[in-house]
Design a binder for this molecule. Structure first.
Ligand code: ZN
Ligand code: ZN
Length: 284
């Protein structure tokens, strides 16, 4: 993300966290840029949003993959929306305007696979990009009842079926109820799943990080909605304790993230003490 974009929003008076969300960078990056530019901190407290777009950014949370989750209000129909100057605006329309500087002709809809995404880059106008599973003006829902029942019996979640058949999750839920089927168990994403998805073996038994890098340097992963240093998280998982001080690879390969190659200050001090005990006298 360009420094210029951060600088522009800083000068416009936005708070660091709002800018971080908008540009998908960390708040620390924004704060550092603010310092480098010699700009004063944004006024603290609950300053009222200056624009409906600012309100939009305050009510979103970035998700891996450039998606944006809506954390704000939903209408009775489940549509992400904000009230601004006594009018309701849907989050998707605001997102579309942020990106295109104009209102969509048709419906604003997400073109990615993240359910409920409101990332401006992922929102399209149905007049130019047809909505998936909505050919023409047909209002007939996708997926036959039989197809839905079959998938329900196989134990899929409503959301998984919605995605598979490009149909409406509420309809799936209704059919589930009518068929007297219990809700599907939600698959829990474990740390091991996350770890496996973000690492790859490297030469000589080391492990390479393939996931995201915070500020372009530090391996980091979002797990249960929080951002962690990948090395700290791996250290904790492996040693079952919190690391003391910096966690660094103790092997000679700087990018390594292999859990049993990682050392915290306690381990480094213990190793130094052992080394001194063995070689200290000879060295002296
Ligand atoms: Zn998305
Ligand atoms: Zn290593």
């Amino acid at each position: 993300m360009s420094r210029a974009a951060i600088a522009e929003l800083l000068r416009a008076g936005y708070g660091d966290r709002t800018i971080a969300r908008q540009l998908n960078v960390t708040a620390a990056t924004v704060t550092q840029t603010r310092r480098e530019l010699g700009l004063p901190p944004a006024r603290a407290g609950n300053k009222p949003a200056a624009t409906v777009e600012e309100l939009f950014w305050r009510r979103t949370r970035p998700i891996d993959g450039g998606h944006l989750e809506w954390t704000g209000h939903r209408s009775s129909k489940g549509v992400a929306a904000v009230k601004w100057q006594k009018t309701d605006h849907t989050a998707r329309r605001i997102a579309y305007r942020i990106r295109h500087n104009t209102d969509p002709t048709g419906y604003a809809h997400a073109v990615c696979d993240y359910d409920g995404c409101v990332a401006p880059a992922h929102i399209a106008d149905s007049a130019t990009v047809p909505r998936k599973g909505r050919p023409g003006a047909s209002r007939k829902p996708n997926g036959s009842r039989d197809q839905i029942v079959a998938l329900l019996r196989q134990g899929h979640t409503d959301q998984a079926i919605r995605k598979a058949l490009h149909t409406d999750a509420k309809r799936v839920a209704r059919i589930r109820k009518e068929e007297g089927l219990p809700p599907a168990p939600q698959r829990i994403i474990t740390f091991a799943d996350k770890w496996a998805a973000n690492t790859a073996p490297a030469d000589d038994g080391h492990l390479r990080w393939t996931g995201r890098l915070r500020d372009g340097v530090t391996p980091s992963l979002v797990y249960r909605g929080r951002e962690y240093s990948a090395r700290r998280a791996a250290f904790e998982e492996h040693y079952r304790r919190e690391p003391v001080g910096l966690v660094l690879p103790g092997c000679d390969w700087e990018p390594c993230v292999r859990p049993d190659h990682l050392e915290d200050r306690t381990i480094r001090q213990a190793l130094t003490a052992q080394y001194d005990a063995i070689f200290g006298d000879q060295a002296a």
